[in-house]
Design a protein around this ligand. Structure first.
Ligand SMILES: [Mn+2]
Length: 193
């Protein structure tokens, strides 16, 4: 039940604060909740929306991800809304479930293809019918969540095998693939044995 993670987040050029937020929250006995949230618009308002969703997940990381998405939707009403993706791991059973709404990128480097998809929508504004996808993973698989301020080109250009630890990988992706005109964030989770 060895798992390592890393994350990096930086505001778009000229902004002090990023409207993206992430959560990496272990829970008892063998769980790990991971989320990346992109508050719509930018600056303070976006950051507030993203922080509200992050607080929902931190307060109940063991909850089913569909329920967490619903609670986030309620918490974000009246804000500009957000797009977000959630991964919920059972590190004992080597399984993970995914729920995503809107444009958060997911890249999984895995022994057996894992290709989660998000539904179109905006959390806090227009929630689609939620789709929970469940997968078994293998030791060594690497999961990457990234906001739309990051070019998806890294997916084919980076070799996670040669990659460094997840924190260095997250920082390297941001350094080379972040777009200047948007907030950019990356979360990397590597599951081992
Ligand atoms: Mn964005």
């Amino acid at each position: 039940m060895d798992v390592k993670w890393g994350a990096s987040n930086r505001p778009k050029q000229g902004q002090e604060i990023s409207g993206d937020a992430y959560v990496i929250e272990p829970f008892s006995p063998h769980g790990l909740a991971v989320s990346l949230i992109d508050g719509l618009g930018g600056g303070e308002a976006a950051a507030r929306a993203a922080a509200s969703a992050a607080a929902v997940i931190r307060s109940a990381p063991a909850q089913d991800p569909v329920e967490l998405m619903r609670r986030s939707h309620l918490a974000l009403r009246g804000t500009r809304g957000a797009v977000m993706a959630l991964l919920s791991y059972n590190l004992q059973h080597r399984s993970v479930s995914f729920v995503g709404v809107g444009n958060i990128g997911v890249q999984v480097y895995s022994a057996v293809p894992i290709k989660p998809i998000s539904k179109n929508g905006i959390v806090g504004y227009r929630l689609p019918s939620l789709l929970k996808l469940a997968y078994s993973y293998h030791p060594g698989d690497t999961f990457v969540l990234y906001s739309d301020g990051v070019s998806g080109h890294f997916a084919s250009e980076i070799d996670p095998e040669s990659a460094e630890d997840p924190q260095s990988m997250a920082e390297s992706i941001l350094r080379h693939y972040a777009k200047e005109h948007d907030d950019a964030s990356v979360v990397v989770v590597r599951v081992n044995g």
